[in-house]
Design a protein around this ligand. Structure first.
Ligand code: MN3
Length: 197
């Protein structure tokens, strides 16, 4: 059984980038629903694993009857669990290893931001934009995660489902993306990069 992780900060603390209303709904309703559906599906096949990463890496081992359900809802739980962690009310500019790596791939940090934002803006419908440990930028549809395709675990991810921004930004995804950069937890991203070695 999986359960909803607590946030490290209050629902109001990412405002004005992300409002209390969105945070509460996104965490308590959307994320919780992924978890409930995931638990139900795992229960139906008597799968008692608590290792979500392995479950969604090896979807081939899941019976067809619940494969899509576990892909969508397991991915939803996995992705959102990361999303809350890579944001912070105490923004600090990136430094140390993560900054070096980004700069060596994109020359200047702003170039990286531009490329990542562009990729996030271009996703048609719902999905995620990811920064990979090799500094490549990858997008996935729905609640897919790159690990489902045998790739590395991303170190940063941006949710561009409409539920992540519509209440605050309506159809202006670009404004959401621009403001999201102000709450990225770069020290957490750096830790995730270091953990890859
Ligand atoms: Mn979401």
């Amino acid at each position: 059984m999986f359960s909803l992780p607590d946030l490290d900060y209050g629902y109001d603390s990412l405002s004005p980038s992300i409002s209390y209303e969105i945070m509460e709904l996104h965490h308590q309703k959307h994320h919780q629903t992924y978890i409930d559906n995931l638990n139900k599906a795992l229960e139906s096949i008597n799968n008692k694993s608590t290792d979500l990463e392995s479950i969604i890496k090896d979807l081939d081992k899941i019976p067809d009857s619940v494969k899509t359900t576990i892909r969508n809802n397991g991915g939803g739980h996995f992705n959102h669990s990361m999303f809350w962690k890579i944001m912070t009310p105490n923004f600090k500019e990136p430094d140390s290893e993560i900054l070096d790596k980004i700069n060596s791939k994109y020359n200047i940090f702003d170039q990286f931001k531009e490329k990542f934002s562009e990729a996030a803006l271009k996703i048609f419908g719902s999905g995620w934009t990811w920064l990979m440990p090799d500094m490549s930028i990858v997008t996935t549809p729905n609640q897919d995660n790159p690990i489902m395709a045998g790739k590395d675990k991303p170190i940063l991810g941006l949710d561009v489902w409409e539920h992540a921004y519509y209440l605050d930004y309506k159809n202006k995804r670009v404004d959401y993306i621009n403001n999201w950069w102000k709450v990225v937890n770069w020290s957490e991203v750096n830790n995730r990069l270091k953990a890859k070695k």
